[in-house]
Design a protein around this ligand. Structure first.
Ligand code: UTP
Length: 222
């Protein structure tokens, strides 16, 4: 299969070297059977730097550029853990990402353009390379009817349609304080191309394989 992973920055950056090695080993194992792309998020460092830049009066577009740098920094860390399994270059275009995969390596990339998040990058890449699955490995274990940290009655969907995801992501961005695990642009792209998508808790390395091959407890979107 062709698999595109959207890996939350917080999933990676909090790990020590040994644990990063384990994460990389799981990806390498998957790459033996599948073509893998990993889009890495900005995590804590992005939020910290964007917060400071914003307080200094930087424009939102400039803050986005800082965020992109953070995603590329996290990408570089994953590349270090993957060693020769990854091309030693972070693609700055979708075309280059697809080209690097031709050598059978695990392609690692970060953000691309201001005004979006790495979920959208992953969804666009999934379209471009005709991915069989888009796997969102994030800090929550699936898509909920409301933010589970705020609303104790929030229930997890085991299955939903691409259209339901798109409307849920619009609703949750409009109400302050709640966050959809997938940003609205990504959800729209998933919807327009009916990309089979799985949302799982990325902190458990086993979920990378289970999301691709079955047996996970996240949300299946189709
Ligand atoms: P993330 O993709 O990590 O955003 O990119 P996020 O979803 O807010 O972070 P998590 O999932 O909670 O960790 C970090 C920031 O980088 C910029 C945006 O400002 C984003 O918030 N960014 C990222 C872009 O502007 N363009 C991109 O293509 C990617």
């Amino acid at each position: 299969m062709i698999l595109v992973y959207s890996l939350g920055g917080s999933i990676l950056a909090g790990r020590d070297a040994e644990s990063l090695k384990e994460y990389a080993a799981a990806l390498k194992e998957l790459a033996a059977d599948h073509q893998i792309y990993v889009v890495v998020g900005g995590g804590k460092i992005a939020r910290e730097y964007i917060g400071k830049a914003r307080a200094l009066g930087a424009s939102e577009a400039f803050c986005d550029l800082i965020g992109i740098e953070a995603t590329r920094l996290n990408s570089a860390l994953l590349m270090a853990a993957l060693g020769e399994a990854a091309p030693q270059e972070i693609p700055d275009s979708y075309a280059l990402a697809a080209r690097l995969a031709e050598r059978g390596k695990i392609v690692v990339l970060g953000g691309m353009a201001p005004g979006q998040t790495t979920d959208a990058v992953a969804a666009l890449l999934a379209e471009l390379v005709h991915a069989d699955k888009l796997i969102v490995a994030t800090s929550v274990d699936g898509v909920y009817s409301a933010d589970p940290e705020v609303d104790p009655k929030a229930k997890k969907y085991t299955k939903m349609t691409c259209r339901e995801l798109a409307s849920l992501s619009m609703e949750t961005t409009l109400s302050a304080g709640s966050r959809s695990p997938v940003d609205p642009l990504a959800a729209k792209i998933i919807e327009r191309s009916s990309i089979p998508t799985v949302v799982v808790y990325g902190g458990d390395v086993e979920n990378l394989k289970k999301a691709a091959e079955g047996g996970h407890f996240g949300t299946e979107i189709s």
